[in-house]
Design a protein around this ligand. Structure first.
Ligand SMILES: NC(=O)c1ccc[n+]([C@@H]2O[C@H](COP(=O)([O-])OP(=O)(O)OC[C@H]3O[C@@H](n4cnc5c(N)ncnc54)[C@H](O)[C@@H]3O)[C@@H](O)[C@H]2O)c1
Ligand SMILES: [Zn+2]
Length: 324
């Protein structure tokens, strides 16, 4: 059962069909974009698969961005109580993050990713050549996620990437960093499959990042842009609370904010009550704060409680710094 989306099939449909021609295939096309992570798209996949007579020893191939791999992986998890699936991510975010680690699911009116399952794919095929057709803004968004993975788990890789985000986004020479990011995620997931501890490290930059995405201070914010600002604030907090080198943090903050773009950083209002209610929406901020992923240095993360107030101050400081 091949599950993909129109944009992906328009560029790479012939290649995937050729690759799967050794076996009868039912092709299911979902919509492009986050709107496809719904119960009704899931039902559509289950209906088509069952109508085509899918059996226990059949398998699902999810060919697309994180939306497709989340959705199709979840369909595989519940179809006939679980069939095997393979992920072939076609976005940089999918390759570095979404397709790795077996978290699958859909969104709910109450929030993102609230319904789902842990169901590891049998394999993940990563072919960076698929990225050639990816729009630049999507590529940049995924690149932030690659950098995040290296910052929490690969000191050497993070060091090699620092100062070069724009250059890598332009040249798209990302394969080496991508390989390293995948290795970090895989290592963390192997030790903490169900996210009871270490897997949370991959949320570096996401506490504030998610709140910014939610508030949407400008017309369109990519996940990566919001997370880049979140990572900048987390670095600022890391200086205060974990002894991260101030000069190095300053350089990194500057790079992250400029990579996220002036449009977003100048529209961000650190005093916006929306932002802080979004921040406490999914995290319970007690007076001591909630656990935040910070860094002692690149590659060495540490979980420390941080309050909403501290996040706010950190955001104010990084924005002030970027305005200088
Ligand atoms: N399961 C996990 O662990 C995990 C981790 C991180 C993110 N996610 C999920 O991933 C999703 C975001 O994934 P995404 O950023 O890949 O977005 P996406 O899947 O929406 O893809 C972005 C856009 O790019 C298009 N596209 C995909 N590949 C292309 C290609 N090669 N050429 C041209 N266009 C292409 C898509 O059709 C889509 O319009 C979110 O729903 C998020 O919750 C899951
Ligand atoms: Zn992310």
């Amino acid at each position: 059962v091949l599950v993909s989306s129109p944009a992906v099939l328009s560029f790479h449909g012939a290649a995937i069909r050729r690759a799967l021609s050794f076996r009868p295939t039912t092709e299911i096309v979902t919509a492009d974009g986050e709107g496809a992570k719904t119960l009704s798209s899931l039902a559509q996949i289950l209906d088509s698969a069952l109508e085509s007579g899918v059996r226990r020893d059949d398998f699902v191939v999810a060919f697309g961005g994180g939306v497709v791999t989340d959705l199709a992986g979840f369909a595989a998890a519940i179809l006939l109580r679980g069939v095997a699936w393979w992920a072939i991510p076609t976005t940089l975010l999918g390759m570095a993050d979404a397709a790795i680690g077996g978290k699958t699911g859909i969104d709910h009116a109450k929030g993102k990713n609230l319904v789902g399952s842990f169901h590891l794919p049998r394999g993940v095929l990563i072919d960076p050549a698929l990225l050639e057709t990816l729009p630049q803004r999507e590529f940049r968004s995924g690149l932030v996620e690659v950098y995040k993975a290296l910052l929490v788990g690969d000191e050497e890789g993070a060091g090699a990437m620092a100062g070069r985000l724009e250059e890598i986004a332009d040249s798209r020479a990302v394969a080496d960093f991508l390989g390293r990011a995948v290795a970090v995620k895989q290592r963390i997931v192997e030790r903490d499959f169900r996210e009871s501890g270490e897997r949370r490290l991959l949320n570096f930059g996401h506490t504030l990042g998610h709140a910014i995405e939610h508030v949407r201070p400008v017309e369109s914010v990519t996940h990566g842009e919001a997370v880049a600002v979140g990572m900048a604030a987390a670095l600022e907090l890391s200086v205060r609370k974990c002894g991260f080198g101030e000069e190095e943090a300053g350089r990194m903050v500057g790079e992250l904010l400029s990579f996220a773009g002036d449009g977003l950083t100048s529209a961000l209002d650190p005093d916006s009550s929306f932002l802080w209610s979004a921040l406490s929406r999914d995290k319970k901020f007690s007076s001591q704060g909630s656990p935040a992923v910070l860094l002692e240095k690149p590659g060495t993360p540490r979980i420390e409680p941080a309050s909403a107030e501290e996040w706010r101050d950190a955001l104010i400081r990084v924005l002030r710094r970027s305005a200088l």
